[in-house]
Design a protein around this ligand. Structure first.
Ligand code: ATP
Ligand code: MG
Length: 324
């Protein structure tokens, strides 16, 4: 049985990007509780992808997708513990700017924890996480690296968006407000601009006609499309995907995967994806990281990892997944 999760769940209406800082700042980083309030209106522009109502991609102008200078990610000797359970053990890995990387590995190995650390939904115990050339959990003061304050965390986490397995839409808001709440309240975008952008994104995910619907009136696949649009409405430069199709009925999976592949190909987002769908991993990734017990076992091009895995642990894992 897992110990209780005391970290905040994302997202919430007060924190529409799903970007709350944990209330339980780590003792060893001593994160301060002062409030950061700065806003950003400069969303990167770019051409988007568009989809038909059924989710099939089509060419043409559509929503703005993030373009230009996406930052890379670097984990340096990152340690994450839950009580006595050491989930990440001096974990080192890098995702290059604009690179699309998929994490695979057995259940409980720490994949979601990696994403939640990047979303600042979990605190790290040791080590350093970099987004671009800035540290996520630390900042520079007087030439020294010190624990980040709330303002620093607020600025850093604006760069990162996440799509969750269970969609996590705001149940009491219609689709439009699900997409505009974050940009208006967190980024300081004007209401008109947020609505305009939301319409473009809904068009892109094939749900323009659901703009006034509430989440309960949508299918799982439609909810996940809205969740993807909501994440993109925050104009992230890093997008995290955690098992985004595993809660969907099988016939809805392909449409959502096609949409994500399209978004990945037509934006410059840095993408870190966790999936048990090996075909999707192969399709969407520049590189695959095989992960087990808090460490990277093997990393390589999808053709190599899936075709000629070097490590026995990878072979065993793939065999088990493919047999299931
Ligand atoms: N909030 C938490 N409190 C305590 N333990 C936790 C918490 N979150 C995760 N864990 C533990 O950390 C370990 C890694 O969990 P994590 O969710 O990162 O695994 P995962 O690789 O994503 O697994 P899955 O493939 O099943 O989603 C597990 O042992 C889990 O029980
Ligand atoms: Mg997980």
């Amino acid at each position: 049985m897992s110990p209780p999760d005391t970290s905040p769940e994302a997202p919430s209406p007060e924190d529409p990007g799903g970007v709350s800082a944990p209330k339980d700042a780590p003792a060893d980083t001593g994160v301060s509780t002062s409030k950061g309030t700065s806003t950003s209106k400069d969303a990167p522009a770019g051409k988007g992808v568009s989809t038909e109502k059924d989710g099939a991609p089509k060419e043409g102008p559509a929503a703005d997708l993030p373009h230009g200078s996406a930052p890379g990610i670097r984990f340096e000797k990152v340690v994450k513990r839950f009580g006595d359970n050491v989930v990440l053990r001096e974990l080192d890995f890098t995702v290059d700017p604009g690179e699309r990387v998929t994490l695979i590995g057995p259940s409980g190995s720490g994949k979601t924890t990696i994403l939640r650390l990047l979303m600042t939904l979990e605190t790290l115990n040791e080590g350093v996480i970099w987004i671009g050339d800035e540290t996520l959990w630390h900042m520079e003061r007087g030439g020294k690296r010190v624990p980040a304050n709330q303002k620093h965390l607020h600025e850093m986490r604006k760069q990162v968006g996440m799509v969750f397995q269970q969609f996590n839409l705001f149940p009491n808001m219609n689709v439009l407000r699900n997409l505009t709440e974050g940009p208006v309240r967190v980024l300081g975008v004007s209401k008109d601009e947020a609505v305009e952008r939301a319409k473009g994104l809904l068009d892109m995910v094939g749900l323009a006609d659901k703009i006034n619907a509430h989440p309960t009136q949508l299918s799982g696949g439609q909810q996940q499309r809205v969740a993807i649009a909501r994440a993109l409405a925050m104009q992230p430069r890093v997008l995290l995907l955690d098992e985004v199709t595993s809660a969907l009925d099988p016939e809805l999976v392909v449409g959502v995967q096609d949409l994500l592949r399209d978004i990945a190909r037509q934006s410059d987002l840095t993408l870190l994806c966790v999936t048990h769908e090996m075909a999707f991993a192969k399709d969407i990734s520049d590189r695959v990281l095989m992960f087990d017990q808090g460490q990277i076992v093997e990393a390589g091009h999808p053709d190599q990892i899936f075709g000629e895995p070097a490590e026995q642990r990878t072979r065993d894992f793939l065999q088990a997944v493919l047999a299931s």
